[in-house]
Design a protein around this ligand. Sequence first.
Ligand code: GAF
Length: 391
Amino acid sequence: MVELADLLNALQQAWGSAPDVFQAPGRVNLIGEHTDYNDGFVLPAAIQLQTRVAITPVPGRQVFIESTAYSDNAEFSLDDPQPVPRKHWSDYVRATAWSLEHQGVRLKGARLFIDSNIPPGAGLSSSAALEVATAQALLSNAGVTLAPTEIAKVCHRAENEFIGIRSGIMDQFASCNGRRGHALLLDCRSLEVSYVAVPRDIHLMVCNTMVRHELASGEYNTRRQECEEGVAVLSRFVPGIRALRDVTPEQLARFGAEIDPVIHRRCRHVIDENRRVLLAKQALDSGDIGTLGTLMQESHQSLRLDYEVSCPELDLMCELALGVKGVHGARMMGGGFGGCVLALVESSASEAFRETVADQYRHRTGIDCEIYECSTADGAGRLSVGDQLGV
Ligand code: GAF
């Protein structure tokens, strides 16, 4: 990613005016996978990897998009009466504009430049970061202010209703509301949040398997549908439930025989994972990283066996990570079927971790993995050269 000062200079020359620049971070998720769209709990943290959108106004209602991070340029009209996705990376920009206008914000023509160091398709929430940074930029260009959580909702709607992936709100929320030094416990029903400090001597090591299996997005929507089927059956026995978040492990055990075995396993993952998230928050609050690590391992096994969204590469990466001394816990992260494993590593062990895991993964798969050491970061906002320099 280019230095901010260089970016500003280059764009000033190319565009003839100084742009405004906005950033939105990617995220890791300590625990709470596939719980967000079940009205449940998640424990993500925004990270230092980020997407930047530079913007300058142009007359009219055309939006021009250039990028170094993504392939070719694109443009669209804000007056297009029926905007549709084109299976192009710029769909996320178009979706965000569509969602903002749908919310009643009258946008203005603009020229955008997009840069990112979040690896796409790795489960670090590159799409949400693109949506959120775009929303910040377009809003500023229109002279409108929205609260971070409102921006998260707009971007969530963009992804669900325009792109067609029925994701939960975790990624957009974490990107908007992250806080340096902290993870955030989010109740995905009420959107209440509480921040929990991440110990400084624990490194968040993200290991990219470098594989992304094709079924990812189709299977994601299928899982969501399976959860809804579970709620429909369980609500015959447990009146008043609206989502799997409302079902206890005891209720599932009691009425589980009435449910199809596959749906039963999906429900069990979500119900147990919600409990694990709350226990993980308690463990972090009391500095019990050992318990947090154990919960992460349980989460991975549940995602592998009950939710069936892992894959051999993710399982191997977890096994290799857990084999290194000084690792407290490791689990797959994000939607699944490829992407990354998150490992919590003692700071003194992080160099050995990097070498050992990369060597062994190459030896076992023939693939060169990438390992990113992530630090927690603040949520999205306007950038100035001072931010980049840390002043
Ligand atoms: C993806 C989705 F975008 C999130 O909403 C969440 O469901 C996650 O997969 C699984 O926990 O990142």
